[in-house]
Ligand binder design. Structure first.
Ligand code: TEU
Ligand code: CA
Length: 588
């Protein structure tokens, strides 16, 4: 096992989405001074680093993932002076700052692209990827690639009679990483931020920066656009670029680099994270986030299979033992885990099943059961994920058990990915639009972007001014920080203990992982232990089901082999032979 000690292996990292964290000036949009108001909360949480989603100047076509000036702060978020104050305040509290950097593409309003589109011989032309098409009508594009956010990955530029490539929106033109001048500009900018004292970068879709030579068509049986990451993800040249970036920007610094690398196999992940290759310190891989995505991708929602999820967990925990890894239930692109990986509604209905139908107070009984099970399941999921091997990332709101948003209509959506998907489906007629909206309710990125729920005052204490940019979840009066701050049984209290344990217990940080129940459909149980000190390890036992489950014999033996000290539990009374719905036990 690669167990060389690093600060980023011993840190739980809080992912903070500034736009939805705290508004300080009443415009309904989160900002840097709002984060400064919440530094006590972040310190009390116990996390040792914060990953800030992009805060650079941006027209916000994709909420900051379309950067128009890498060396200035987005107007809505404040000023560079605010950032400098935030960095100093975080460091003064022993909290590191990881910046989110998007260098696969820029905004089309970036000065480089404004220049590039002026003429074919402009010095910035080949900072981007331009190709001649067969004409200028749909279907005439240079190849048949589909983009993540638009039917075609190409947009025709009348002025120079060429198309430019954009794997995301048409306001996010891809940068040409084959151009050494472009790479130099990126490295200089990265070093400019590093010299300000930041502690590392989260590199957005960094494994897409190298495209296949010749930009060949995606395999297709007919006309139409084809989503073909095999031609633009994990290409061989990627490794050259990452090794050059490492040499130019990270050598000699104690900074961390985590790369978002969708479509990565365990082999590719290991290669990217192997310290000998000097490419990335760790990656965000998407295997655990795709278990409920059927044929055709995320909008085809299929039932979550714990058994399949555990199979992928074993694969990536093996990678983590050989190199390292990241652990996350959600982020700004994923729905809320409590609304996705457990069925709270079914469990709450089962809990009150003995009440006669329509009995007086049935609604109150359901609400009470739901709240009890929500708190219990949030703790179980938290321990299940974050006690595995790898750096834990906690997305804002996870620590208080926030849920998906019951959006009333498509007009409530703010995310370009969902809006574009919905508009395309509307063109198909029939029930396509309604089906699309139902998928968006389950998997849309806006679910994670509703304002942080601080208290039960208007707009959940996120803003005291105008209507927030994204609607507040109506459950904010029962699910909020203030309500949990002083409650020793709250999700928040549990996460503080979990964070402290994950950052300080040797077995939790550097121990090996062993799945104890690989075949079980409802239970997830594993052991963490350092080979040289097995007795200092611990067992994690999770009932993902909303029904009580007997403790399997094999598990009972593993428990008896240990001292039996209960490190974490999420129920008051335990039955040694039965695990209650969503019950968790962590035993030393
Ligand atoms: O996400 C890239 C990416 O793969 C996502 O589009 C993801 O596959 C999808 O959203 C799952 O629902 C990164 C950023 O995290 C995302 O917010 C940006 O929109 C995207 O890159 C473009 O910068
Ligand atoms: Ca604001």
């Amino acid at each position: 096992m690669h167990n060389d000690r690093k600060w980023w292996k011993e840190s739980v990292i809080y992912q903070l989405y500034p736009r939805s964290f705290q508004d300080s000036n009443g415009d309904g949009i989160g900002d840097l001074r709002g984060i400064l108001q919440r530094m006590d909360y972040l310190e009390q949480l116990g996390i040792r680093a914060i990953w800030l989603n992009p805060i650079y100047k941006s027209p916000n076509d994709d909420m900051g993932y379309d950067i128009s000036d890498y060396r200035d702060i987005m107007d809505e978020f404040g000023t560079m002076a605010d950032f400098d104050e935030l960095l100093a305040a975080a460091h003064a509290r022993g909290i590191r700052i990881i910046m989110d950097l998007v260098v696969n593409h820029t905004s089309d309003e970036h000065a480089w692209f404004v220049e590039a589109r002026k003429s074919k011989d402009n010095p910035y032309r080949d900072f981007y990827i331009w190709r001649k098409g067969k004409g200028k009508e749909p279907g005439d594009e240079p190849n048949n690639w589909a983009s993540f956010f638009t039917p075609s990955a190409w947009t025709y530029d009348e002025a120079t009679d060429e198309y430019y490539l954009h794997l995301f929106s048409q306001k996010q033109p891809d940068l040409n990483w084959e151009n050494p001048r472009l790479r130099e500009e990126v490295y200089r900018m990265m070093n400019w931020w590093m010299d300000k004292g930041i502690d590392g970068f989260r590199m957005d879709v960094i494994n897409l920066i190298a495209k296949e030579e010749g930009l060949p068509d995606g395999a297709s049986s007919g006309a139409g656009y084809v989503f073909c990451p095999e031609h633009f993800a994990n290409q061989e040249k990627l490794h050259d670029h990452l090794q050059e970036m490492r040499r130019r920007c990270f050598d000699g610094r104690d900074a961390m680099c985590v790369g978002e690398t969708p479509f990565s196999s365990p082999e590719t992940g290991s290669r990217l994270m192997d310290p000998e290759n000097r490419e990335l310190d760790m990656i965000f891989q998407d295997a655990l986030m795709e278990v409920d995505s059927g044929e055709g991708g995320k909008w085809n929602v299929i039932p979550f299979s714990l058994k399949e999820w555990k199979r992928r967990v074993r694969t990536w925990q093996q990678v983590a033992e050989n190199t390292w890894g990241s652990l996350f239930w959600s982020n700004h692109d994923q729905p809320r885990p409590l609304s996705r990986f457990v069925d709270l509604d079914a469990a709450a209905r089962a809990a009150i099943a003995n009440l006669p139908e329509g009995a007086q107070g049935q609604d109150a009984a359901y609400a009470a059961a739901f709240e009890t099970l929500r708190t219990r399941a949030a703790k179980m999921l938290g321990a299940a994920m974050h006690l595995m091997r790898g750096t834990s990332y906690i997305f804002q709101g996870e620590e208080i058990g926030m849920l998906n948003m019951p959006f009333a209509s498509p007009e409530d959506l703010r995310d370009i990915e969902s809006i574009n998907f919905y508009n395309e489906e509307c063109k198909k007629g029939g029930d396509a639009a309604e089906k699309a909206f139902q998928s968006i309710l389950k998997k849309g990125r806006d679910n994670a972007r509703t304002p942080m729920q601080w208290d039960d005052s208007a707009f959940a204490g996120f803003t005291m001014g105008s209507e927030p940019w994204e609607k507040v979840n109506p459950n904010y009066q029962s699910i909020n920080v203030a309500r949990q701050m002083e409650d020793p049984d709250s999700v928040l209290a549990f996460y503080r203990q979990l964070i402290r344990f994950k950052q300080t217990d040797e077995a939790a940080v550097y121990g090996a992982f062993r799945d104890l129940l690989p075949e079980d459909e409802d239970l997830f149980a594993y052991e963490r232990a350092l080979p040289e000190a097995p007795q200092d390890g611990f067992l994690v036992i999770c009932n993902f089901s909303g029904a009580a489950k007997p403790v399997p014999e094999t598990l009972r033996e593993a428990v008896l082999a240990r001292g039996g000290e209960m490190l974490f539990s999420n129920v008051k009374e335990r039955d040694e032979d039965v695990l209650q719905p969503f019950e968790l036990r962590v035993i030393r």
